[in-house]
Structure formats: structure tokens, C-alpha cells
Design a protein around this ligand. Structure first.
Ligand SMILES: [Zn+2]
Length: 281
């Protein structure tokens, strides 16, 4: 069933777990997330990245909303990493009311202004806004941030930012990266704890692909209520396609699609299990 991302985050807060948010690009992706959430009996979020929205347009929005509605598990649809006011207007008009307003490339005051405007707009339509403070390194679709441009979230600034912008959730930068980790991930849990002590909205961790189980658990203990996962799901899709096509049995298109859904579903279901939903809520 389609529900609001805000109510999912509230459920996660009450239950002490985190919601898995997965970037989807097409029908197979949406079906995989729905099937995984149903198999775990837990909520999940379908995310449309700004770059895939540019490709898929309104049909992609409608597809994700219909997939969420069709699910037996509670699901929400979210716009990921948007820097563009008109794009945000477009998804709000299309029925997606959970938005990540990404002003992290702007200087601090401009980020506050941009984020506050989007928060007011989304709130006026019953929606919610996630923002990011600090800046994540790595690559996600068309978003590329070099390591030297990355910036950790400052706890005091984060508290002030949330206060001034009125955002509903905050994505933190504590050593997490978009894409693949080079070597073993290092997360600054002291920083996360300091943020949690002064920021009173749910925290979000992007770049959850490749994070080991103990780091996921610790992040949840310290207030992370949403993990964004893209790379591992996308890789499962690509590997499934290339594996099928390298075989000699000339698969039918529907068989290819079915294999891709199953490959992604496995990854998503495993992540949802790690994110700690106990099924008792
Ligand atoms: Zn992200």
C-alpha cells in the first residue's frame, strides 16, 4: 500500500529500526523492491534519482506509485538528490511528496535558503523533505563528487540547519560514500552520536551499499532511520543481464526481466533484513 515516507520514518523511530530506500530505474527495479518488502513483511521506499527521472519522466513516477500501491507492505516513493525547483514541482504534481532537497553543493547560507523553500513547498502539500549537510564523495548516476570536495557533517551546524530549514530528516556525512567503498569503510560514529544528541529529526545514511552488518547496526542504534541503497542493487541487475546474455540459450526478454527482478530482490531482501525490522510493530 502507498503510504507517506514521513509515517514510515515515524514507524521506524518507534520500532528502533531503519527503512530501506532503494533507487529504481524501471519496472524490474520497482517489482524487485516490492517483492522483497513483501517477502520480509516490512516497509520500504522506492527512490527515483533525479537523473533517472530525467530519463523516465512522468511514466516512471506513475510506475513507482502504482507499484507501491499494489504492494501488501507499506511503501513510499521518494525523489532522491534533487537540486532543481522545477523538477520538485513536477514530482509533487505527480503525487510524490517525499523529496530530497540537495543543496549540498551550495554554500551554507544558500543551502539553508534553498532547503527552507523546498520544505515550505512540500509541507504545504502534506509532504516531507530530507536534506543533506556536509557532502558525500563518490558517484551516483550523474552526481560526481571528488574526495577533496567531500565534507563531514558538523553537529552544531546540523542542529542549526534543521532548525532554520524545518526539514523532516537529515542525511549525514560521517565517512559514508556513494558507489563502492575503496577498502574497508570507516564511519565516524562519534560524530554520528554528536549529531544525534543535538538533531531531533530522523537521520539518513546514503551509500549503504557495502557497509558491514555491525556498522549498520551501530548506525541504527545511533539514530539512522533510513538507509539509501543503490550500487549493490544496480550491480545485481547488470550482472544478471550480462550473465544471461553470455549464456548460449538465447533467453526470451521476459526471462531476462524475470532473472533481473529475482537478482535485485535477493539483494534488497538481505538489506531489509539487516535494517532491523522485527515484524512486531
Ligand atoms: Zn545519496
Amino acid at each position: 500500500m502507498l503510504t507517506s515516507a514521513k509515517s514510515l520514518l515515524e514507524m521506524a523511530e518507534d520500532g528502533g529500526y531503519a527503512i530501506g530506500a532503494f533507487n529504481v530505474y524501471n519496472l524490474e527495479g520497482a517489482l524487485a523492491v516490492v517483492a522483497a518488502a513483501e517477502s520480509q513483511g516490512c516497509p520500504a521506499i522506492l527512490q527515483i534519482h533525479s537523473a533517472s527521472l530525467e530519463f523516465g519522466g512522468d511514466p516512471l513516477i506513475a510506475l513507482c506509485l502504482a507499484a507501491a500501491e499494489s504492494a501488501s507492505a507499506p511503501m513510499a516513493v521518494h525523489l532522491d538528490h534533487s537540486t532543481d525547483h522545477s523538477e520538485i514541482d513536477r514530482v509533487l504534481a505527480g503525487g510524490v511528496n517525499s523529496i530530497m532537497a540537495d543543496g549540498s553543493s551550495l554554500d551554507y547560507e544558500a543551502n539553508v535558503t534553498f532547503t527552507r523553500e523546498i520544505a515550505e513547498l512540500a509541507h504545504s502539500q502534506g509532504g516531507m523533505v530530507e536534506a543533506e549537510l556536509g557532502r558525500l564523495s563518490g558517484t551516483e548516476d550523474t552526481t560526481v563528487v571528488a574526495e577533496y570536495d567531500a565534507k563531514m557533517t558538523d553537529p552544531e551546524q546540523a542542529a542549526e540547519f534543521v532548525e532554520r530549514t524545518g526539514v523532516d530528516s537529515l542525511a549525514v556525512c560521517i565517512g559514508n560514500v556513494h558507489g563502492r567503498y575503496r577498502g574497508w569503510p570507516t564511519l565516524d560514529f562519534g560524530r554520528l552520536e554528536a549529531i544525534r544528541d543535538v538533531v531531533f529529526v530522523p537521520l539518513v545514511l546514503h551509500g549503504a551499499s557495502g557497509l558491514p552488518e555491525n556498522m549498520i547496526e551501530r548506525s541504527i542504534e545511533l539514530g539512522v532511520r533510513k538507509f539509501n541503497v543503490n550500487t549493490e542493487v544496480r550491480s545485481a541487475y547488470m550482472e544478471s543481464l550480462s550473465g544471461e546474455l553470455e549464456g548460449f540459450n538465447q533467453p526470451e526478454l521476459l526471462e531476462l526481466m524475470d532473472s533481473a527482478v529475482n537478482a535485485m530482490k535477493e539483494v534488497v531482501a538481505e538489506k531489509l533484513r539487516l535494517f532491523g525490522f522485527s515484524g512486531t510493530e
